[in-house]
Design a protein around this ligand. Structure first.
Ligand SMILES: [Zn+2]
Ligand SMILES: [Zn+2]
Length: 140
């Protein structure tokens, strides 16, 4: 069975190596592993953002040809409707209902890369998350 590497992210990327017959199966398996032992991986109540599955060779090729990428950061920042920041400590249920007192929920999310060349704004935090992962893995 081939081994795949799957990045899974809520706030920071966790790299999950899994054995699976296909990239799709690898994504599902990595999500299952993280979801079933979530306390270890994240102290969070949010749905997981599962990245694309890479073979070890693909992963190595990307990270080798891309040593400078590790120096860039593209943090995602979530905002309430009134443009105040919804910090990572604010917990949200899987259906997006805010669980923290005073939190009105995440109205939109932005991500900006330290390369100075890239930023996005999305209504859905998962879209911002995917875009940011994609940028960090491919752009530099
Ligand atoms: Zn909030
Ligand atoms: Zn960048």
């Amino acid at each position: 069975m081939p081994k795949f590497i799957v990045p899974i992210d809520v706030i920071t990327v966790h790299v999950v190596p899994v054995l699976a017959p296909t990239p799709e199966a690898a994504q599902a398996e990595a999500e299952r592993i993280v979801a079933s032992d979530r306390k270890t991986w994240f102290d969070h109540t949010e749905p997981l953002c599962v990245g694309d599955a890479y073979t070890e060779a693909e992963w190595d090729a990307q990270s080798k040809g891309n040593t400078s990428a590790a120096q860039f950061h593209a943090p995602r920042i979530d905002y309430h409707r009134d443009d105040t920041i919804c910090p990572p400590e604010h917990q949200h249920a899987a259906n997006a209902i805010p669980l923290t007192r005073g939190c009105t929920g995440r109205a939109y999310s932005e991500a900006k890369c330290s390369c100075g060349d890239w930023s996005v704004k999305y209504l859905g935090w998962r879209h911002a998350e995917k875009a940011r992962l994609q940028h960090l893995r491919t752009a530099h």
